[in-house]
Ligand binder design. Sequence first.
Ligand code: ADP
Ligand code: MG
Length: 310
Amino acid sequence: MIRAEELTKVFGNKKVVNKVNFTVKKGDIFGFLGPNGSGKSTVIKMLCGLLLPTEGKAFIQDINASEESLLVRKSIGYVSQKFGLYSDLTVKENMEFYGLIYGVNQNDLSKRINEISARIKLTPYINHKAEQLSGGWKQRLALACALLHKPIVLFLDEPTAGIDPVARREVWDLLFEFASEGMTMFVTTHYMDEAERCHEVAYIYLGDLIAKGSVDDLINIPDLYPENYKQIEVSGEPIMKIYALFQEIKEIEQITIFGRHLHCIIPKNLSIQTLENIIKEKTECKDPEILEKKPSLEDVFVALTKKYLS
Ligand code: ADP
Ligand code: MG
């Protein structure tokens, strides 16, 4: 449904998207991740036909997004990062406005508004002003506006930034409902729990796509850590004493605090028993627990970024 081929964008003398390739299958939720300024929004704009690529091509259902942008726009919905809801218009008036912009036939518009409001559970708020809605409900309204013309591909640029965890989960449940009906979703996010729910994810770093695949593929990348290194999770109290101790041990490559645990990258030949003994000897913790740990998606992105920078 979506295909990027060597997609590249240069602004002035700065290459902000560099030869990016990926495809997205029908009905998939594709998570697009990366730090701020890495080119996520720029990629979306090229896929939507709103920005011309400097090189490479973007396709929606095999239609070239820059050559046939009007045609492409009929089949896509786009909730931009700063989607412009009109705060002094009501929920219904916002939908009427966007419905007309997206070319929904005037005669069908109220029926469509009723359908989509019921679907997204906006009906009770239909006459509320947009400014009265909480963050989560504003995002639902933005979603409703982008769905009025029945797009088959939906682009959502950070749809859950700044909304509370319950509202985030509800927005995602809606995305899964639409995806299960065959709609294809392209979503940017900073939240790893959301990324872990996607069918496929890609990670872009300063314009370069440095990872893509299913979550399972990514957490099982064989050569993620430098050769002969493994990840461990360390528990024990006081954890900050163990943290300070580990900083003195030069074989330990990377130490990150996660609540009451440490995640460390250590050489494979450094035994867990040895480390436990050192903790018992050098700190007041007498019952440390160290387990080998599979990387999380966040660990994968951190490791790949380090590898890419080295
Ligand atoms: P992200 O969405 O990942 O935060 P963006 O795609 O918005 O990243 O931006 C990528 C880079 O391109 C940033 O350095 C940004 O400043 C730059 N950029 C984005 N749009 C423009 C533009 N219209 N003109 C010049 N530079 C831009
Ligand atoms: Mg952005």
